[in-house]
Ligand binder design. Structure first.
Ligand code: FE
Length: 293
């Protein structure tokens, strides 16, 4: 039995595995904690990557992500703190600030830059890559910016403060909805000792990442900087998360595509031949040009 408005969970999922991120450099030399790496793409289908960036050292982020291409998937950037400017070949430009979300569907091709607009202070946030179904990989690009205040939010009786970036939580629709992959992306601020429940369809792959404090799922602790892959337990209808200390985490889930994944850097297609075409289109200056006209 489920109660949609309060997300009452009767059979919660357990933790399958705790993941420690990998320190990587990307862009022009930005230090990143890559939490969802390529080896987890199949297990966490339809999600391809999760990066957590966070530093108060300008040298770790100042070089940013100068002009680069994408094809075949969506990028979701969630800024906890800081200022980042986005410009792309489709003529979109936006400033991502505290609590803001940028959702970009690369589709058949976008060339964009993501550059910090600050020279000191903290820059902290996440970038998630969400795959597109084969039939949508060559669709037209799409882009939306949401200010922090425009991201739907609610509080629970237990004191959880929840922002719904995508999908639906406790009867609240998020900023973005997607057919096929049906992504859920929520940010939860949970006081010490409080619990939060979220309904999750049985077949959806799901994971959470703690970025403040420590939470527990079915008795297993998920400390700051750790990702928990939630088990696809048969018959489970959701997850219950308890804060061992005042905590903040993101919870992400989606319907797997079960299609072949072929990746070459910023291009994610279904076959090697499609990757080859993407590289050729990029070299020929064709990627993003259509949108520019
Ligand atoms: Fe990018």
């Amino acid at each position: 039995m489920t109660d949609q408005a309060s997300d009452k969970v009767s059979t919660p999922r357990s933790v399958e595995r705790i993941i420690t991120g990998q320190a990587v450099m990307d862009g022009a030399g930005v230090k990143i904690n890559r939490v969802l790496t390529q080896t987890l793409q199949r297990r966490l289908d339809p999600f391809l990557m999760l990066d957590n960036f966070g530093s108060d050292q300008a040298n770790d982020y100042i070089a940013g992500f100068p002009s680069h291409p994408h094809r075949g998937f969506e990028t979701v950037t969630y800024m906890i703190e800081g200022r980042m400017r986005h410009k792309d070949s489709a003529g979109n430009e936006g400033l991502l600030t505290n609590g803001g979300v940028q959702w970009m569907t690369a589709g058949r091709g976008v060339i964009h830059s993501e550059m910090p607009e600050q020279e000191d202070g903290v820059m902290e946030g996440f970038q998630l890559w969400l795959n597109l179904p084969a039939r949508d990989k060559m669709r037209a690009p799409w882009y939306r910016d949401f200010n922090g205040a425009d991201v739907p939010a609610f509080s629970t009786a237990a004191g959880a403060k929840v922002k719904v970036i995508a999908g639906r939580s406790h009867g609240i629709d998020g900023a973005v909805q997607r057919a096929v992959t049906e992504p859920l992306y929520i940010d939860v601020d949970l006081p010490a000792g409080a619990s939060f429940s979220q309904l999750l369809p049985e077949g959806h792959n799901a994971f959470l990442f703690t970025y403040r404090g420590t939470v527990s799922v079915d008795g297993k602790a998920v400390a700051t900087g750790r990702m928990a892959i939630l088990a696809n337990t048969k018959g489970a209808d959701g997850v219950v998360i308890t804060a061992d200390a005042a905590s903040r985490f993101i919870l992400i889930a989606g319907q797997p595509l079960n299609e072949p994944i072929a990746q070459y850097g910023p291009f994610v297609m279904n076959t090697q031949a499609e990757l080859q075409t993407a590289v050729e289109d990029f070299r020929a200056g064709k990627l993003g040009e259509e949108a520019q006209a």
